[in-house]
Design a protein around this ligand. Structure first.
Ligand SMILES: Cc1ncc(COP(=O)(O)O)c(C=O)c1O
Length: 391
């Protein structure tokens, strides 16, 4: 049996006829730039996230860059983020001329540590203008605490939700009457802005590059609309030095259809994760994903931890099972970042976790027999190669 790490065919085949029709309609109308589909998708995506506005942009990376620019982040400002993420997160900060401050992650969730953010705010008081939490692998960060902390210190929040479309957070607020009220929010609707990527393999992916920014702030919305289109206010009148960062109308046509399936596809990912969790509990030294209370995880990636990561990876590949490491070399250890970042404490948890993580195949349409085969193969690895299976 062969189990590819990623396969978008099965899920997309389900929507293929609708997608083709939607794309053909754009081609027939020759409406390629900022057309009807972009506008419609922005409306639908804003509704989906639970925000007033969404702005379609050319990628998740540009979503981050434009958000920082719209918030006025510039040289001399500090932006706090995690080194355990895809390079685009921190790269966007460096492009603005601001300084990245890397802080350590939580040992259980692998998301940015709130305690570390607190220390950072104390150390660089007054300099920190934004925090950039990443909802890594599809699990929301501790946004309740991050928001309280940032509001108290007048710091902006840019959510990197590139891996977490549709993930939920449950907040409890106490009103003056002391009655508790439960509020459910989606990632991208909590910070000042939320940034999404529609890279083809993401939970919501298009057929090329694409991204979106979500916000409830009208002023930011208007500025972001200008920034993505060369800073333009009217034909040949420019208010800012902007970018060509528009979402392609053909991509919007794809996204409009696929958005209808996103909840269903996320549920499928959660079902597969549950099978992995049950099958891999007590196998060798494996640590299955920890999910915080008050959130849902949408499993863009299903990531286990083991000290035998490299051997297990080889064994799985030998058995025709695709797997990957996200992320083996944290950003502060990448050559590109040498001399370009600050930190508060050591980044020891990040360095430890980076040596142990392994992503297993997970995607809508992955047959359960294949999931069982992956579990069986991992069990066999620990029994025959390591001899440490507790089962
Ligand atoms: C956490 C994170 N941030 C940002 C990005 C950048 O998105 P894009 O590839 O659409 O530019 C990605 C994409 O992989 C990501 O995983």
């Amino acid at each position: 049996m062969r189990v590819p790490f990623i396969d978008i065919n099965v899920s997309d085949n389900l929507a293929q006829d609708e997608i083709k029709k939607s794309v053909l309609s754009v081609i027939e109308r020759k409406e390629f730039i900022l057309g009807e589909e972009v506008k419609k998708f922005e409306e639908e995506f804003a509704k989906f996230v639970g925000c007033r506005y969404a702005i379609g942009v050319s990628s998740g990376s540009t979503a981050l860059l434009l958000s920082l620019r719209a918030l006025g982040i510039k040289q001399g400002d500090y932006v706090v983020t995690t080194p355990f993420t895809f390079t685009a997160t921190a790269e966007s900060v460096i492009h603005t001329g601001a300084t990245v401050v890397f802080v350590d992650i939580d040992e259980n969730t692998y998301n940015i540590s709130v305690e570390a953010i607190k220390k950072c705010i104390e150390k660089y008081r007054g300099k920190i203008k934004a925090v950039l939490p990443v909802h890594l692998y599809g699990q929301p960060c501790e946004m309740d605490s991050i928001k309280t902390l940032c509001e108290k210190n007048n710091i902006k929040i840019i959510e990197d939700a590139a891996q977490a479309h549709g993930a939920l957070l449950f907040f409890q607020i106490r009103k003056e009457s002391k009655q508790r009220k439960d509020i459910i929010k989606k990632v991208g609707a909590i910070g000042d802005v939320g940034c999404f990527s529609f890279y083809p393999t993401k939970n919501l992916g298009c057929y090329g590059d694409g991204g979106a920014i979500t916000t409830n702030n009208e002023e930011l919305y208007q500025k972001l609309l200008r920034l993505r289109n060369h800073g333009r206010v009217e034909h040949y009148l420019y208010q800012h030095i902007g970018y060509n960062a528009r979402l392609d109308n053909l991509q919007a046509a794809v996204l409009l259809i696929k958005l209808k399936y996103l909840d269903r596809w996320n549920k499928e990912r959660q079902k597969i994760a549950k099978i992995y969790n049950e099958g891999l509990s007590n196998v060798g030294d494996i640590i299955t994903p920890y999910v915080s209370e008050n959130v849902t995880h949408v499993y863009h990636l299903y990531v286990i931890r083991t000290k035998y990561r490299d051997e297990l990876m080889k064994y799985l590949n030998l058995n025709k099972i695709g797997c990957a490491v996200q992320y083996g070399v944290p950003l502060h250890l990448q050559p590109a970042y040498k001399g370009l970042y600050k930190t508060v404490d050591s980044l020891k948890t990040t360095e430890k976790i980076a040596k142990e993580v392994l992503s297993l195949p997970i995607y809508p349409g992955l047959e359960l027999s294949k999931v069982e085969y992956v579990i069986k193969t991992i069990k066999k690895f620990f029994k025959t190669r390591i001899g440490r299976s507790k089962k």
